[in-house]
Design a protein around this ligand. Structure first.
Ligand code: NAP
Length: 282
């Protein structure tokens, strides 16, 4: 990836315009993350949530014994704190009976151990807590980690309620720098949330980008642009998103798709072509 394929967040953190996601890879995690890094990815998303992620496998590929040999500082490494209700009850990576601040600290320490690193580039709250007081307690515990130098920016995921996001943003001392959400028709592609993110310089990251948008990928506008540019519809859609300031996550397990995902930076859609795709998202 070249320098123009990175952005700098409100907290001064350099982030690649596409990020490799590590969910559901189990024992293949280290091998796939190593392959993704070797292919050119420089952003990795994971979570301290053994139910869906093998975080220690990510650490093996970054700095551990299976390392791809890429300097830690060259990688944007983001993990998540998962509240209790997001865990498999028999695999909770912190004391389930501790107060939420302790749970955040224990989860963070486990992430550092798993990832074999002394700091995180991003720490993301996996989903908002239903109770606002508890939400702020968890956020303040994340702020303490930020202030102690343990992570360079904070974020939140699965927050589809603009009012709640605004509430968190207003109350937070350390503002969310990242919002990571499902990107699909059911939520109207988060239009209002994304407009708010733009105003506040919050980076919007998308997941389910391909898997929940089969209808979009089959639209003539996408397939015709694919023919014009000699790219797949998935590449056209990923490229479009990056040109809108959205960072897509891809968890592909295929080397060919890894290469194709990175090759989106070899071409650029015109404003008119982007406008045609935007119309399809209305
Ligand atoms: N915050 C959250 O709650 C949350 C939830 C879900 C996911 N995530 C994050 O987002 C990451 C991505 O997950 P995702 O749900 O978006 O799905 P995904 O794991 O990226 O899977 C997408 C599907 O699209 C296929 N695919 C990938 N690239 C392609 C391409 N260029 N052309 C055609 N098909 C392609 C993949 O198949 P192949 O493997 O064959 O390429 C796979 O079947 C996860 O690993 C995780 O890090 C976060």
């Amino acid at each position: 990836m070249s320098e123009s394929d990175f952005i700098t967040s409100a907290y001064g953190v350099r982030m690649p315009k596409i990020i490799y996601g590590t969910a559901w890879k189990k024992e293949q995690t280290a091998m796939l993350v190593k392959l993704a890094l070797a292919t050119g990815f420089r952003g990795i998303d994971t979570a301290c949530q053994p139910k869906h992620y093998f975080e220690a496998g990510v650490g093996d590929a970054i700095t551990g014994n299976l390392s791809a040999g890429i300097a830690r500082e060259a990688i944007y490494l983001q993990t998540k704190f998962t509240p209790l209700n997001g865990h498999d009850p028999v695999r909770i990576p912190y004391d389930a009976n501790a107060d939420s601040s302790t749970q955040v600290r224990q989860s963070f320490e486990k992430s550092l151990e798993n990832l074999k690193t002394s700091y995180l580039d991003g720490l993301v709250l996996h989903s908002p807590l239903a109770d606002k007081t508890e939400l702020l307690q968890v956020w303040q515990a994340m702020e303490s980690i930020f202030e102690a130098g343990g992570c360079r920016q904070l974020g939140i995921s699965n927050c589809y309620d603009l009012t709640l996001f605004e509430y968190l943003y207003d109350k937070a001392k350390i503002k969310p720098a990242v919002l990571q959400n499902r990107f699909y028709r059911t939520t109207g592609y988060d239009k209002a949330l994304r407009a708010y993110c733009d105003r506040q310089h919050v980076v919007y990251q998308s997941f389910w980008t391909l898997s929940a948008n089969g209808d979009i990928l089959e639209l003539p506008v996408l397939t015709n642009l694919g023919l014009d540019y000699q790219r797949s519809a998935a590449q056209i859609f990923f490229r479009y998103l990056t040109q809108q300031g959205i960072i897509p996550l891809t968890g592909t397990t295929s080397l060919m798709h890894m290469r194709e995902s990175l090759a989106i930076f070899e071409f650029e859609l015109t404003d008119n072509e982007c406008a045609q795709i935007t119309t399809c998202l209305n």
